[in-house]
Ligand binder design. Structure first.
Ligand code: TTP
Ligand code: MG
Length: 388
């Protein structure tokens, strides 16, 4: 199954939220930001009607007033926008449990497993755009592509109120004509350096000589940029948001020597970590068991997997031999924990659910995660209990 990542970004979000709840503001040049009386205030956002006059986010309010004197200026109501953002998330969760809010008005949704149910990318996008319009009265832009990077770029190109679908294999040709500025990770300084060596479009960047590129933007930068320009997942330019590991631990009020009892605590911790990993669309290569023997002697036992995973059953199997090692120490235990590390994006690996013997797990876990999203993590537990 080809990985399909949906990216959604709400149009002129704060302004649209105000227009949604106050009909008189619709179709007007609306500018949200700062304190209207504060000369240092800046624009948070402007409706597209105000953008036609050159008003932009982060511009001083005073300048916005000069450009758009007839505009309606309002202070923001962040509590309201945060509440609307939660409603958007709930709508996104009707198509897939793998929803990652990237900011207040932007999210990535792994819709790989939703294709059959909805009848394909276009149907998923139409369903979401309609639900958001009907339930929240808001416009948004959506793209669906083989990975996060291409999807994000395409959403911005589709604005406002648009939809783009980029098929597997089309990534590079889609990106090629765009200016390099459109690539996430290519900031103004980088773009200046690229312009100095004659690179203006993403296509030119993709085909640039790696050594010339490295001289202009550094070794690391060159590698990440060129991968991004080719439409490959740009792990390098997403790392600042990605966690290094996902972990959970429990400290006991009394030290425990019974490993049967300890396992009853440990497995739910592992389930929690896997649930969070899937929620972020990630997989882990390394499983670590952390044990603090009374009083302050902390030990870790780790195992690197042959293939990255986010499946509970595989993490449980990796933990078994680690538990045996920890148990051999024979001390009473004060704290126990599990960490999943060496994380990667699940793109291309969510196919892991499609591997022989895993399809069933994939289906089950998708449902389990969805249920947990609705009624809480403890709604469904997979680890072995007593009496099982
Ligand atoms: P964006 O998604 O960047 O902008 P937008 O939704 O207003 O417009 P569009 O996506 O259609 O281009 O940001 C989301 C919200 O975050 C925006 O409505 C207001 C807020 N914001 C600020 O407060 N300051 C800023 O500088 C930016 C860019 C956004
Ligand atoms: Mg937006």
């Amino acid at each position: 199954m080809n990985t399909r990542i949906l990216h959604i970004d709400m149009d002129a979000f704060f302004a649209s939220c105000e227009q949604a709840r106050t009909p008189e503001l619709r179709g007007k040049a609306l500018i949200i930001g700062g304190n209207v009386d504060d000369a240092r205030g800046v624009v948070s956002t402007a409706s597209y009607e105000a953008r036609a006059f050159g008003v932009r986010s982060a511009m001083p309010i005073a300048e916005a007033r000069r450009l758009c004197p007839h505009g309606i200026f309002m202070r923001g109501d962040h509590a309201h926008y945060a509440a609307v953002s939660r409603q958007v998330k709930a709508i996104l969760e009707t198509v897939s449990p793998l929803v990652e809010m990237a900011s207040i008005d932007e999210a990535y949704v792994d819709v790989t497993g939703s294709q059959r149910l909805f009848g394909g990318d276009d149907a998923i996008a139409v369903h979401l755009k309609r639900a958001i319009r009907e339930q929240l009265n808001l416009p948004c832009s959506i793209a669906i592509a083989p990975n996060r990077l291409v999807s994000k770029v395409a959403t911005n190109e589709a604005k406002p109120d648009g939809y783009r679908c980029i098929l597997a294999g089309e990534e590079r040709t889609y990106l090629a004509p765009l200016p390099v500025q459109r690539l996430p990770g290519a900031g103004p300084k980088t773009c200046e350096s690229l312009a100095r060596i004659g690179i203006k479009t993403v296509g030119q960047l993709a085909e640039a000589d790696p050594r010339t590129l490295a001289r202009a933007v550094g070794d690391q930068g060159a590698l990440g940029l060129q991968r991004a320009a080719r439409g490959e997942t740009g792990a390098q330019i997403e790392t600042d948001r990605a966690p290094k590991q996902i972990s959970r631990e429990t400290t006991f009020s009394e030290d425990i020597g019974d490993w049967h009892e300890l396992e009853q605590v440990l497995m739910p911790l592992a389930e929690h970590c896997c649930h969070r990993l899937r929620g972020r669309g990630m997989v882990a290569w390394r499983v670590t068991l952390k044990v603090r023997y009374a009083p302050f002697d902390t030990q870790t036992f780790a195992h690197t997997l042959d293939a990255a995973t986010n499946l509970d059953a595989e993490v449980f199997s990796a933990l078994r031999p680690l538990i045996a090692k920890a148990r051999a120490r024979r001390g009473k235990v004060r704290l126990i924990g599990v960490a999943l590390g060496q994380l990667g994006h699940a793109e291309g690996q969510l196919d892991l659910f499609a591997a022989p013997g895993h399809e069933k797990w994939g289906r089950v876990l998708t449902q389990v995660d969805a249920l947990r999203g609705k009624i809480g993590f403890n709604a469904v537990r997979l680890g072995k209990r007593d009496n099982e």
